[in-house]
Design a protein around this ligand. Structure first.
Ligand SMILES: C[S@@+](CC[C@H](N)C(=O)[O-])C[C@H]1O[C@@H](n2cnc3c(N)ncnc32)[C@H](O)[C@@H]1O
Length: 275
């Protein structure tokens, strides 16, 4: 498995991009033992349509966290993000999913332990075909739904229609449009890995986080990012007005030391009460 250590504008790193198929077992993680091949099958496109076409270290870290803490977070009765009966219709949305890594790992575990739960993996339009390919590689058509969600764009239409999937985004999505739409009121959690890296996108990402939590103040955001540039601070200063940041780390000693060395931070964002 190759995980990117650096993040530069695409044209500078094209040659370093990984491409091809691999299986990610997360150290033969028991929560993935039921998967054919022992883990997530993932295709990376070599950066053909943007930096999301390969996996990034924060995506790997957030996936590990979800695997290690799955029961604590998603147990049908006692999980932090469980809501009793309704839980089977709970939805989770991932922003800037790239290959779909984090949402797909969660989908694989849900398929066995929470079959009603849907994970929407979202990114720019151009990455929807790659996400779809990875959904199909893992036979997760019922659990994981790829869709375009451009940060900063109004979610208003989505709310009115109560639906995130736009079947016109990609022909193949019409096949998936048979899925129940993502009713915003059922959204329980937002996931975001390695999405803080481009200063121009900070206000757009902030706008999407605000729109989502305006609709549901209890909605939490699990975010993981690798600190690369001083400018990243600006994003966290911006969002501090509206969100509390609660740092998380729950790995074994070795993993924890590795992620700390790589300056990877994992935390949840909780919306501050509106004044
Ligand atoms: C560094 S990649 C991380 C991919 C994946 N989450 C991972 O950890 O492997 C950042 C992702 O954010 C997406 N992204 C950047 N700007 C975006 C925007 N304005 N709207 C939606 N997605 C965006 C990119 O297309 C890319 O897939």
């Amino acid at each position: 498995m190759s995980v990117s250590q650096d993040l530069f504008p695409l044209q500078e790193i094209n040659s370093k991009y990984a491409a091809g198929d691999s299986v990610m077992s997360f150290g033969n993680h028991p929560k993935l033992a039921h998967c054919p091949g022992g883990g997530l099958a993932l295709h990376q496109d070599g950066g053909a349509v943007g930096c999301g076409g390969k996996i990034w270290i924060a995506g790997e870290c957030l996936s590990s966290y979800l695997l290690n803490n799955y029961d604590k977070l998603f147990d049908g009765k006692t999980g932090e993000y469980s809501t009793g009966e309704e839980f089977n219709t709970a939805h989770i949305v991932e922003l800037g999913s790239g290959t779909g890594l984090v949402g797909l790992v969660l989908g694989l575990v849900n398929a066995k332990y929470n079959p009603g739960m849907k994970v929407f993996i979202t990114d720019i339009d151009d990455l929807v075909p790659l996400m779809l390919q990875n959904v199909m590689l893992n036979h997760l058509e019922n659990e994981v739904i790829p869709a375009a969600l451009l940060w900063g764009e109004p979610l208003g239409g989505l709310v009115e229609d109560n639906q995130l999937v736009d079947a016109n985004t990609l022909d193949a999505l019409t096949q998936l449009a048979r899925q129940p739409p993502m009713y915003i009121k059922h959204l329980k959690l937002v996931l975001a890995a390695d999405v803080v890296y481009l200063e121009q996108a900070f206000p757009l990402l902030e706008s999407t986080l605000l729109q989502l939590t305006d609709m549901n103040e209890d909605l939490e955001i699990l975010m993981c990012y690798r600190k690369r540039r001083k400018q990243d601070k600006k994003f966290f200063a911006r969002i501090a007005k509206n969100f509390n940041r609660i740092d998380l780390m729950n790995f074994n000693e070795e993993e924890e030391a590795y992620y700390r060395k790589c300056r990877v931070h994992l935390f949840k964002l909780v919306r501050k009460p509106k004044k």
